[in-house]
Design a protein around this ligand. Structure first.
Ligand code: NDP
Length: 247
């Protein structure tokens, strides 16, 4: 079945990253107008847009550091000027900076919390204004299974992702009466730039899993395509794990 997103304006933070660009391509192929946020890697973003331009002229790239509210507001203004609305916001920008807690500096802690959690807050805060105005919209926050399971050497990352879950459930309660849904997607392990060095962790994940399956970007983008589409409506405050670990 082909999912049609031609009536959707979708903003993806961290859109030049591995999972972000996979989603951007998939959504653009489904006809969506996609605003692809990039941060440090303008070149990758431009290459992605040029690939998309081969079949769609409806997308754009937009710079913002999601930890900086002025940048986030500027991104919002650009998106609103170009498209006039936003149907789906995907808070996907994220980073890690691993280390054992007893040795972790405050900078190491706060850099991850600020990007993953505060960035999600800042983007949700401003884009939800347009959604409330239109009485519809979807916010999809990318957390992680590690926010539920914990992860040694990654307390900052796990705490930020657990925070996203609590934030999203609260926001879902606030925005539900306005017709706006807020859900969370927790990938387990998908090999990308973020975790390319963590082979040991992947082995552990596989040992705990009900199914011996390696999840791919395709699994993730298909799931996101469904969530962003009109095939699912009225579901909010939920956490979806792309994984087979049973808690
Ligand atoms: P990538 O590192 O490829 O992508 C992360 C993206 O976030 C990068 O494009 C990065 O841009 C961007 N980003 C980081 N900081 C900022 C910032 N301050 N402002 C704007 N953008 C920023 O990793 P993935 O694609 O794997 O990760 C995407 C999301 O999925 C993340 O939230 C991650 O935590 C989550 N996730 C991934 C899993 C996996 O197995 N891959 C598992 C669970 C969750 P730049 O480098 O230019 O800063």
């Amino acid at each position: 079945m082909r999912i049609d997103l031609s009536n959707k304006v979708i903003v993806i933070t961290g859109g030049a990253g591995d999972l972000g660009s996979a989603m951007a391509l998939q959504f653009a192929q489904a006809g969506a107008c996609v605003a692809i946020n990039y941060h440090r890697n303008e070149k990758v973003a431009k290459n992605l847009l040029s690939r998309i331009s081969e079949f769609s002229e409806r997308c754009c790239i937009v710079y913002a550091d999601v930890t900086n509210n002025d940048d986030v507001y500027a991104m919002y203004k650009i998106v609103m000027k170009k498209y006039g609305r936003v149907d789906v916001l995907i808070n996907n920008a994220g980073r890690n900076n691993d280390g054992y807690t007893t040795l972790m500096s405050e900078k190491q802690w706060s850099s991850v919390i600020t990007t993953n959690l505060t960035g999600t807050f800042l983007c949700s805060r401003v884009f939800s204004k347009a959604m409330i105005r239109d009485k519809r919209g979807k916010i999809i926050n990318i957390a992680s299974l590690k926010g539920q399971l914990g992860s040694e050497g990654q307390a900052n990352y796990a705490a930020s992702k657990a925070g996203i879950i609590g934030f999203s459930k609260s926001l879902a309660k606030e925005l539900g009466p306005e017709g706006v849904s807020v859900n969370v997607v927790c990938p387990g392990y998908i090999k990308t730039n973020l975790n390319s060095g963590s082979i040991k962790k992947r082995e552990i994940a596989e040992n705990m899993s009900a199914m011996s399956v390696e999840y791919s970007k395709k699994d993730f983008e298909n799931f996101m395509l469904f969530l962003a589409s009109d095939m699912i409506k009225g579901v909010s405050g939920q956490v979806y794990n792309i994984d087979s670990r049973i808690m």
